[in-house]
Design a protein around this ligand. Structure first.
Ligand code: PMP
Length: 402
């Protein structure tokens, strides 16, 4: 490990508090991450120093805010290795990005949208709505008992009818890391557009959109130490140029008359209205923070934490771990005779924050015949001691609940 998590931790003011008289152990990072001082300062500095509406202003502040916002876009483009920064569309988050794509595609009866059993509701429901609207059919790649996707079924389901394939890179429920490069290549070879839900990938992995080869990549800032309400849709320029605009309003136009409106070029074509300027700047700052530590180092640290947690929890009586070895970010488990909600509530009293329930993956829970799991999820600031505190808390809670 090339960095000291306790030094990193000191950058996150929220983590210094106690909960129920115990030091807070925050293990709900797949839901949202905490924010380092650099990000908090960037947001504050934006409002204290350069707040103004962007793009059309002639005055000093408008120019300063515009250049900071567009510098953030450039930084995002570099982080994603996008060929063109105009391919970086700022959105409100993953859900917003996926809904954007679902809204601008036109499908017809006979067309198919292919998703997987591991998807979050936000990578299911927009496609169901598109299918309802267009008469297209939704197909689902099943998963094995270990929480990995059935690749044979995936290849069998791909056909010339597949117009859009939407896959999560990392499962927020089980931590499964999908082989998205291979799956993207296969879907593209079948003639399908490909969208990758990178909501859980963005804090843990380097994303090179050119190497990935997909048409769309969606993620949220708040999963990678940035504020809520900001996210990205990266879209391949040739694809987005050929698709219609989505929301109408200011910024997305070139010229408006009552007879006819002409639309702006990328990225503004998909950024109607005043954007989350501060959020974009803070997201770029969050990526600086992550890159300052190094994604490889962060991934290695999180891997250490998740393996330690898996080992500790598996040693307890009646614990079942979901997802494959090699999972990233999140570790889901169930305990015989103990309801996940009771467990979560009890360990919260010991200062340990985890998430319980279906994790917005009800079809996946149904596949495993459960209503939910307990999920611990990890970030750069978590420590081995916190993992041990989790295991001790779970063991105590099980003793009380059984
Ligand atoms: N997809 C995945 C895999 C997620 O983990 C999440 C957030 N839990 C989302 C999509 C939705 O992200 P958001 O709520 O930020 O739009």
């Amino acid at each position: 490990m090339a960095f000291d998590p306790s030094t990193v931790r000191a950058e996150f003011p929220i983590l210094a508090q106690s909960v129920n008289g115990r030091p807070l152990v925050y293990l709900d990072n797949a839901a949202t991450t905490q924010k380092p001082r650099a990000v908090l300062d960037a947001s504050r500095r934006y409002y204290e120093e350069i707040n103004a509406n962007i793009h059309r202003g002639t005055h000093h502040l408008a120019r300063a805010a515009t250049s900071a916002h567009e510098a953030a876009r450039e930084k995002l483009a570099r982080h994603l290795n996008a060929a063109d920064s105009a391919e970086v569309i700022f959105t409100a988050g993953t859900t917003d990005s996926i809904n954007l794509v679902a809204a601008i595609l036109t499908l017809a009866p006979g067309d198919e949208v292919l998703i997987t059993a591991l998807e979050h509701h936000s990578n299911i429901v927009p496609w169901q709505m598109l299918c309802e609207r267009s008469g297209a059919t939704l197909k689902v790649v099943p998963c094995h008992d270990d929480g990995t996707l059935d690749q044979d079924a995936f290849h069998a389901l791909l056909s010339e009818r597949t117009r859009l394939t939407a896959i999560t890179w990392i499962s927020n429920a089980f931590g499964t890391v999908n082989p998205v490069h291979e799956m993207t290549a296969a879907a593209k070879a079948a003639g399908s557009l490909v969208l990758i839900d990178a909501a859980q990938a963005i804090p843990h992995l380097a994303i090179d959109v050119q190497a990935l080869g997909a048409d769309f990549v969606a993620f949220s800032g708040h999963k990678v130490y940035a504020p809520t309400g900001i996210g990205v849709l990266w879209g391949r320029r040739a694809v987005l140029d050929a698709l219609p605009p989505w929301r109408g309003g200011g910024e997305m136009i070139k010229e408006v008359t009552f007879e006819k409106t002409t639309y702006n070029d990328l990225p503004f074509k998909y950024e109607a209205g005043t954007p989350n300027i501060e959020g974009a700047i803070a997201l770029a700052t969050a990526l600086d923070f992550v890159n300052g530590i190094g994604l490889t180092e962060i991934a290695a640290h999180e891997d250490f934490l998740i393996r330690r947690a898996a080992e500790g929890l598996a040693s307890l009586d009646g614990v079942h771990l979901f997802g494959p070895v090699g999972r990233a970010g999140a570790l889901s488990f169930g305990i015989e005779g103990v309801h996940h909600y009771d467990l979560g509530t009890l360990i919260d009293q010991m200062g340990v924050a985890v998430r319980t329930g279906h994790h917005c993956c009800q079809p996946l829970m149904a596949r495993f015949g459960i209503t939910g799991t307990t999920r611990a999820s990890f970030a750069v600031y978590n420590t081995g001691e916190e993992v041990d505190a989790l295991v001790v808390a779970v063991a105590k809670a099980v003793g009380i609940l059984r």
